[in-house]
Design a protein around this ligand. Structure first.
Ligand code: OAD
Length: 253
């Protein structure tokens, strides 16, 4: 019933914004942030994903990110990522906006499209950056992730080829601004959407969570796929309490 309503709303909508969170990657084996299994090694993200933690002990923060990169690199896109990629490539007017830094939407898009150029249309707007990119903590350099092997001293950590500054992961940390271009693209897509498909996010972290409220204010139908409670439950038009891997392919394929 709910599934049929979701399919119909998506079929009718000329422009759709898809908003994803950690839950879309849960069945790939990537831990979520909140709720059961929401633990990253022995650290809480709030303790290490901050500029203050990096300033205090960059080696510890890099060790944690190197571990996360290794762990996430072993994960594979699941049925939800792949169904979303197929769908976004097959029809016009879909913008995927993700809070995730795991690059699994990107990998699904490349897997489905076959070549990186064609995959672009199914790649998400990344609101919180990417685990697999670095940025310089001193200048504006951004680029692919460096390999971090030795975290025992600051000198052994990766440094910028342009200015010699210490590199850091290109992810948004607590207390930092989101990338302006991504925010602009995400909110513009939301303001223009006729349907908003929300998958696997509690909707608790702002400003990202505002994407859904912007879509709703613009008149979009709000469709939420999440087995647990979310901040969007009151404002959803269709609520599917199932995992992404089982519900999303059934709604989209
Ligand atoms: P959360 O950990 O807050 O929420 C994960 C959501 O996924 C919950 O609502 C779960 O019920 C749901 N979930 C769990 N398993 C699922 C499955 N198999 N299928 C579908 N849903 C499932 O993660 P986010 O909402 O993404 O920010 O967290 C938002 C932001 O908080 C993150 O991007 C991160 C964090 O602080 C930054 O790092 C800046």
């Amino acid at each position: 019933m709910n599934e049929a309503a979701a399919r119909e709303a998506l079929r009718r909508a000329r422009r759709v914004v898809v908003f994803t969170g950690a839950g879309v990657s849960a069945e790939s084996g990537v831990p979520t942030f909140r709720g059961a299994g929401g633990l990253w090694k022995t650290f809480r993200p709030e303790e290490l994903a901050t500029p203050i933690a990096f300033g205090r002990d960059p080696g510890l923060v890099w060790e944690w990110y190197a571990w996360r990169r290794e762990m996430v690199a072993r994960c594979r896109p699941n049925a939800a990522h792949l169904a979303l990629a197929r769908w976004a490539l097959a029809r016009a007017g879909v913008t995927i906006v993700s809070q995730n830094v795991d690059d699994l939407h990107e990998r699904a898009a490349r897997e489905v499209a076959g070549d990186p150029e064609a995959a672009r249309r199914a790649e998400p707007v990344r609101l919180h950056g990417s685990l697999f990119h670095d940025q310089c903590s001193r200048c504006a350099w951004r680029g692919p992730a460096s390999t971090v092997v030795d975290t025992s001293s600051v000198a052994a950590l990766p440094h910028c080829a342009e200015c010699g500054g210490l590199l850091r992961p290109d992810v948004v940390w607590f207390g930092e601004m989101l990338p302006a271009k991504a925010v602009e693209a995400a909110f513009a897509a939301a303001a223009d959407a006729e349907a908003c498909l929300v998958i696997g996010t509690t909707g608790a972290v702002y400003p990202a969570a505002g994407v859904v409220h912007t879509a709703r204010a613009a008149g979009a139908r709000i469709l939420v796929v999440d087995p647990g409670p979310t901040e969007y439950d009151e404002v959803s038009d269709v609520r599917i309490r199932e995992t992404a891997g089982s519900a999303v392919p059934r709604i989209l394929d």
